[in-house]
Write a protein that binds this ligand. Sequence first.
Ligand SMILES: [Zn+2]
Ligand SMILES: [Zn+2]
Length: 167
Amino acid sequence: MFELFPMWIGIACFAIAFVLASLVEYWVHRLMHKPLQLGERHRDHHRRNEAQGVVWEFLDYVKGTIILLVPMFFVSLSAGIGWSLGAVIYAAFSSYAHQLQHENPTKCFWMKMPVHYVHHKYNMWHHNFGLGVDWWDHVFGTYKVVEWLTDDEQTHTERSYLELKWW
Ligand SMILES: [Zn+2]
Ligand SMILES: [Zn+2]
């Protein structure tokens, strides 16, 4: 049992990093909608209503957070590996989720309403800040249900989960 201990640390760190990454993502996006310097690039993103490609977005996330991955390796190797994997896998998932919601929102099966899609569709400045998941909008009271499955989406030509702009 004792030798399994480091593995459980790794798994726990993985889960914490994954959830924390989604929380950070929620708040960074939410703050981008406040009158802050941070917001210019994001306003442009709203204007153009298209994402940059899964790979570029992933690299942006990793570049922005790599410094936060290192300290856990000083705690222990399994903590470092679990923590880094949790953050990196969330970044990959979220980059994909972002692109998918911009290009093919009806395929976003893990959310009842693709929060980021409606965030753009209705140019929301105060609601639905989630990207990969909608948990934090529920927790912080910014979740707003809207009618989104209109003709636009229903007449969209059927495309697979992988037919996206990757870079
Ligand atoms: Zn936004
Ligand atoms: Zn977007």
